[in-house]
Design a protein around this ligand. Structure first.
Ligand code: AP5
Length: 214
């Protein structure tokens, strides 16, 4: 059976890191709304122009905008391979919209992996993050440094610091998480789909636990 999963957690919990590690093992497509929005901003599309002000100030992009890009991304995917939704849903309305779109496609969500990390660990994770804008690979200056400083191990391109990885915006993202996103945990718990993992352990241990759940 194809796994259609949500990977859930606060900013910097390790959703992107875990998605990269588990997508092949679980044979799923990886759809990250953060990556899709950054791509749209880079390409200066209408969606990108609208999303920029929200992402750069750490606020959530309006539901209708995000729901539309997810629906457009998921609809053409073959149903015999699962999908890992990373960073979506982030509000209860997005969670309900995801169920409706998956229903329409004859698919369903089989699990929500909630990666738990306390707020105090988040700031140092995110201020030390570096990212390859071409491969979307994620590094950390001390936890996961690239082989050559400032260069992606895979494509050799220059690593960047995300515009929203500064302390003021990180605090705003955490506020948005607690106010608007955390309630989504209850939505999946009530459906019996919630699987919680402790995200404070080394990334490989976290991945092993997630893979073992499915
Ligand atoms: P998005 O890109 O989704 O950002 P986020 O949720 O804030 O999550 P991050 O990408 O910052 O962190 P992550 O959990 O993936 O952690 P990572 O693996 O990189 O969204 C950005 C913005 O887009 C939002 O603020 C919003 O404006 C908008 N947006 C996106 N989706 C939206 C939606 N559905 N609705 C509305 N708006 C939306 O790891 C972080 C760092 O920690 C790395 O350096 C990594 O090396 C390190 N690390 C990872 N795991 C570990 C570990 N186990 N131990 C130690 N270090 C670790």
């Amino acid at each position: 059976m194809a796994h259609n999963l949500v990977i859930f957690g606060p900013p910097g919990a390790g959703k992107g890191t875990q998605s990269a590690a588990i997508k092949e093992k679980l044979a799923v497509f990886h759809l990250s709304t953060g990556d899709m929005l950054r791509e749209a901003i880079k390409n200066e599309t209408e969606t990108g122009k609208l999303a920029k002000q929200y992402t750069e100030s750490g606020k959530l992009v309006p539901d209708e905008v995000v729901i539309k890009i997810v629906e457009e991304a998921v609809s053409p995917l073959p149903a015999d391979k699962g999908v890992l939704f990373d960073g979506f849903p982030r509000t209860l309305d997005q969670a309900k919209a995801l169920d409706a779109m998956m229903d329409k496609l004859g698919r369903g969500i089989n699990g929500c992996i909630s990666v738990a990390v306390p707020d105090e660990a988040i700031v140092s994770r995110l201020t030390g993050r570096r990212m390859c804008p071409a491969c979307n690979l994620i590094y950390h200056i001390t936890g996961k440094p690239p082989k050559t400083e400032g260069k992606c191990d895979v494509c050799g391109g220059d690593l960047i610091i995300r515009k929203d990885d500064n302390e003021e915006v990180i605090r705003q993202r955490l506020d948005a998480y607690h106010a608007q996103t955390a309630p989504v945990i209850g939505y999946y718990k009530d459906k019996g789909l919630l699987k919680e993992v402790d995200g404070t352990r080394p990334p490989a241990e976290v991945s092993q636990e997630i893979i073992g759940m499915f």
